[in-house]
Design a protein around this ligand. Structure first.
Ligand code: GLU
Length: 264
């Protein structure tokens, strides 16, 4: 009985310590009782909106729910973002964090905080199966669709150059959304759709395939926060580090059927 009392006292003390030790920018969210997260709505396995049910699903959705749980929050508001909108929504304070296939780069670190990466993807290309495009050489003189604000264009130019192929700015067409790039591919306005393999997987259909021989530029995904939210950034980084170590992240990846781009 005495032992049980001691255990209870220790548990209560650690709970109080934990509860009262949130950094200010984390406490604001806990007090609000709603976590607002920018997520993808069209990336299978990561962030996908089920139009029938209106529910979001994927490993990034589950990750957001787990973060909310640590704050005692059951209400998570998912706000769909694109590569072009996610940074602005963070800066304006409309969302608390972005968990949306957001690649960590040195340049982006100047604008936002990023956690330790929770997933690594690779960039690839989606082409029409009858296009004859299989290698970097086949891309010469072709038009490539990329998304505005993504890492894809610079990554492909660098990877092609390493493989002896020169691609210039004029090889690219930029679009605001991925469905627009797929529509351009279907209408033959572009010959290839370039972005992370995880994102391309959402646009595969019987007339297309993802190039298995063209995989480049590892994309490390981190949770991004507004630059001034340093307490929140540290809080999230601790969680990701913990969950990478104890198998939580691995389980989220498996449960959502995510298959690594580098090996499939
Ligand atoms: N992950 C890449 C990036 O952050 C591709 C774009 C995207 O995530 O939508 O630029």
């Amino acid at each position: 009985m005495k032992k049980l009392l001691v255990v209870l006292m220790v548990l209560t003390a650690s709970f109080m310590l934990f509860a009262s030790s949130y950094p200010e920018d984390v406490q604001v969210i806990a007090d609000r009782g709603v976590l607002r997260v920018g997520v993808k709505s069209d990336v299978p396995g990561f962030g996908m909106l089920d139009v029938q049910t209106g529910e979001f699903e994927g490993m990034e959705i589950d990750l957001a729910c787990k973060i909310a749980e640590t704050l005692g929050i059951s209400d998570v508001e998912f706000i769909p973002v694109t590569a072009a909108t996610r940074g602005q929504l963070l800066d304006s304070g409309d969302i608390d964090m972005v968990i949306a296939t957001f690649t960590i780069t040195d340049e982006r670190r100047l604008s936002w905080n990023f956690t330790t990466p929770y997933y690594t993807d690779a960039v690839s290309l989606l082409v029409k199966t009858n296009s004859g495009i299989e290698t970097y050489e086949d891309l010469e003189g072709k038009r490539i669709g990329v998304s505005t604000g993504s890492t894809s264009k610079a990554a492909l130019i660098a990877a092609a150059e390493e493989n002896g192929v020169r691609l210039s700015d004029s090889s690219f067409r930029e679009y605001a959304t991925y469905p627009e790039i797929k529509a351009a591919l279907d209408a033959r306005r572009v010959d290839a759709f370039c972005v992370d393999g995880s994102i391309l997987a959402g646009y595969l259909d019987p007339s297309t395939h993802i190039l298995s021989s063209v995989r480049f530029a590892p994309q490390e995904y981190g949770i991004a926060t507004k630059l001034s939210n340093t307490g929140l950034a540290a809080y999230l980084d601790d969680l990701i580090t913990l969950w990478l170590g104890d198998g939580t992240i691995e389980a989220l990846i498996e449960d959502n059927g995510v298959v690594a781009s580098f090996t499939n």
